[in-house]
Design a protein around this ligand. Structure first.
Ligand code: S3P
Length: 424
């Protein structure tokens, strides 16, 4: 699907943001490990999460669709050997988390994915799982991989990367491994696994950046998934840079390990207000009011990076409208996402008239620039690059075209409709 995006006058009104992708993956996978039924309400219907749902069905779970927002997952006591290879689609989270579950089963399985996922590094999970005794067959640590299920033993793993996917993989393996498993990361990455494990009664403890888990059984629970701040990020950014905007975004997850974008925008002089804070299924949630703001530049580096890793492409869009030079450092893992997001966002925003350079681990963005547009953007098989380009298109002097915009469906099928509701 190719689309055209035109300059708009303002964004005004209220929207409810769709549910969190990271939490939905975990709700599906962890339900599959219980010995009972879990009801999941307000789950993400993005293609990535549907890949996870399909996989747990192929592993023997019974899925009952109550309505478009509610399902019951009946784990039927234990996972069963899948009869066919499991398709992870475009989803790194599915691949990394399910690897931690499958490595310790008493059956074998195979994982594969699409072209983009097949290029992404899996050594980050295969290496620590092998230390736990896991058996893999792979070609240069890339998909497709075969997993020969076996009994695992606990390890104390010091991770060179701050990664919630790696952490969750090892904690999931640890749930089913003999003894104690610990995972220590250099900075705290998103902690949805820790919170949901606690909610489901696992034996888990946190000591700073270290998480310790012992072999334990997850209890069946009902989970309501809150809205995804990574999806809200596109609306927050658009309202900040489109003059005269004033919007309210309802039901946004504000777990501290995800709110780096709010801290950065506040440092950039953004008018953002958090209202109506509450807790939903052990996760902090709120409504967010955002108004157009005169942004100034900032430096983004160090321990904030894992707290906003998925938002960097759209933060780069905001930085083109900030007075001064914004510098983003220590974000080298952005090159290992659905696309090399450092090169992709630099290339595409420069086409629109921005002034961006890339470094090995980040970006240097000079603002404020009037984006000219009048060009054709590519999505690189990457939903977040596609949506960032759309936001930039809203302030370009001339219309822009975006090719293959269907990549948005990976996380946010409702994206265009929600924008239409608040565009003036
Ligand atoms: C995710 C963790 C992050 C993030 C991804 C989702 C998760 O990846 O980029 O979109 O749900 O655990 P890393 O853990 O590889 O940084």
């Amino acid at each position: 699907m190719n689309i055209t995006v035109k300059k708009i006058n303002s964004l005004n009104g209220e929207i409810e943001i769709p549910s969190d992708k990271s939490i939905t993956h975990r709700a599906f996978l962890f339900s599959a490990l219980t010995k009972g039924k879990c009801t999941i309400t307000n789950f993400s219907r993005g293609e990535d999460c549907l890949s996870t749902l399909k996989i747990i069905e192929q592993l023997g779970c019974n899925i009952k669709h109550i309505n478009p927002k509610k399902i019951i997952i009946d784990a039927q006591n234990a996972l069963k050997a899948p009869s066919i290879p499991l398709n992870c689609g475009n989803s790194g989270t599915t691949t990394r988390l399910i690897s931690g579950i499958l490595a310790g089963q008493n059956f074998n399985s195979k994982l594969f994915g699409d072209e983009s996922l097949s290029k992404r590094p899996m050594k980050r999970v295969i290496a620590p799982l092998e230390l736990m005794g896991a058996n893999f067959l792979h070609n240069d640590f890339k998909l497709p991989i075969e997993i020969k299920g076996t009994k695992l033993k606990g390890i104390n793993y010091i991770s060179p990367l701050a990664s919630a996917q790696v952490k969750s993989c090892i904690l999931l393996a640890g749930l089913n491994a003999d003894g104690v498993t610990s995972f220590t990361e250099p900075y705290k990455s998103r902690n949805h696994t820790e919170l949901m494990f606690k909610y489901m009664g696992a034996d888990i403890k946190e000591e700073g950046n270290k998480v310790i888990v012992r072999k334990s059984q997850l209890n069946p629970v009902d989970i309501t998934v809150n809205g995804d701040i990574s999806s809200a990020a596109f609306f927050i950014t658009a309202a900040l840079i489109v003059p005269n905007s004033d919007i309210i975004i309802r039901n946004v997850g504000i777990n501290e390990t995800r709110t780096g974008i709010l801290d950065v925008y506040k440092a950039m002089n953004a008018d953002i207000e958090i209202i109506n804070e509450r807790i939903i299924s052990n996760e902090k949630t709120a409504d967010i009011r955002v108004k157009f703001s005169n942004l100034k530049s900032t430096v983004i580096e160090g321990d904030i990076i894992p707290r906003l890793i998925d938002e960097i492409p759209v933060i780069a869009v905001a930085a083109t409208q900030a007075q001064g030079t914004t510098i983003i450092k220590n974000a080298q893992d952005l090159r290992n996402k659905e696309a090399d997001r450092i090169t992709a966002i630099k290339t595409e925003l420069n086409k629109l008239g921005a002034d961006i350079d890339e470094t090995q681990d980040g970006l240097i963005i000079k603002g404020k620039t009037q984006l000219t547009g009048d060009c054709v953007c590519e999505c690189y098989h990457d939903h977040r690059i596609a949506m960032s380009e759309y936001v930039a298109g809203l302030i370009c002097h001339n219309p822009i075209k975006i090719n293959e915009f269907q990549w948005v469906n990976i996380s946010f099928p409702e994206f265009l409709n929600l924008f239409e509701n608040i565009k003036q």
